[in-house]
Ligand binder design. Sequence first.
Ligand code: KG4
Ligand code: ZN
Length: 374
Amino acid sequence: MPDATQTPPEMPTPVMAIESSCDDTACAIVTTDGRILAETTLSQSGHVPFGGVVPEIAARAHLSALPALVRDTLAAANLQPHDLGAIAASCGPGLIGGLIVGANMGKGMAIALDRPFIAVNHIEAHALTARLPGIAPNGAPFPYLLLLVSGGHCQCIAVEGVGHYRRLGGTIDDAAGEAFDKVAKMLGLGWPGGPAVEQLAREGDPHAVALPRPLMGRAGCDFSFSGLKTAVAQKLPTEVRTALSRQQAADLAASFQQAVSDIVIDRLGHALEMMERPTTLVVAGGVAANGVLRARLREFASTHDLPFAAPPLRLCTDNAVMVAWAAIETMHARRDLGLPIPDDIAMRPRPRWPLSEMAARMTVDDTARIPAGA
Ligand code: KG4
Ligand code: ZN
């Protein structure tokens, strides 16, 4: 049990964080009151010829990019390593090779500087970004409804407190961004596909092609995009000689984008019914860059009388500011409970790390909190 007679620990500031769970190598330095002193993100280009993220290429690219990125981030903040108060890194879920590279870099720095190392859950980091000062119109008090839509994730989460997340529903097959990427590939638009599909869709009619809306109207707020993707494939000519005209391709892209937006709005309606009245609707993840989807989300929030928060794009996609902020929120929440600053130096990165395990971090002290060999 925490000892209530002890004085609360000083918050170590600033926090340097590393993100390396997928194909973005990122580093940021953030103060405990949420000021971003420096942030750098490198999107890896080595995957383009393969039309998707290749884990081995990602891990090697993180390894070669990180040392210089850390140095550049410190220089941009005009700080020396010993000015840092704590080091954080994404330790899961994600691609294990990249996670190992980032976590080991962070741990090495923490040991060399004799600072705490804080392991951050990547999804929790996306979930808490809206609480960074200046992002949500009302500061996003708990509980709020989070829609996380990226290349790897597609879920509705009730964010009830730091460490307290209730997954209301998620995809049973592809993530939304994955569906955009696959449709882009079918249309010969390259990778990543979301921005290219959106651009082409501007020239098309969103009602031109009849496409299914899987799970729409069903109870709960799970998503399914695989049938939609197959339906798009079936609209494509099988013979190269009868390739689509630009207008046909644009109509297909616009109709697909419309179907995805319809599905998301329908699922969110169900998610709202599955939680206590949320204070805010928050969206995060790369697909949140989609202008049509954003406009629909804004309209949905206003219809339900909810403030709407969409972090700026650089904080919606994978970045290290969100990792630093999640570490800071964790430290603050633990301090409020009389628990010490976490020290996760013994934690191994985890390819899977369910959000439901985060609540334990708020109830017990360091040693028992996260299985070292998980
Ligand atoms: O969050 P993110 O950068 O990386 C992870 O997947 O974690 O998201 C990337 C995904 C890709 O699938 C990309 O195609 C999609 O977000 N995306 C978009 C748009 N911009 C990026 N999807 C639809 N419309 C966009 N404008
Ligand atoms: Zn992510």
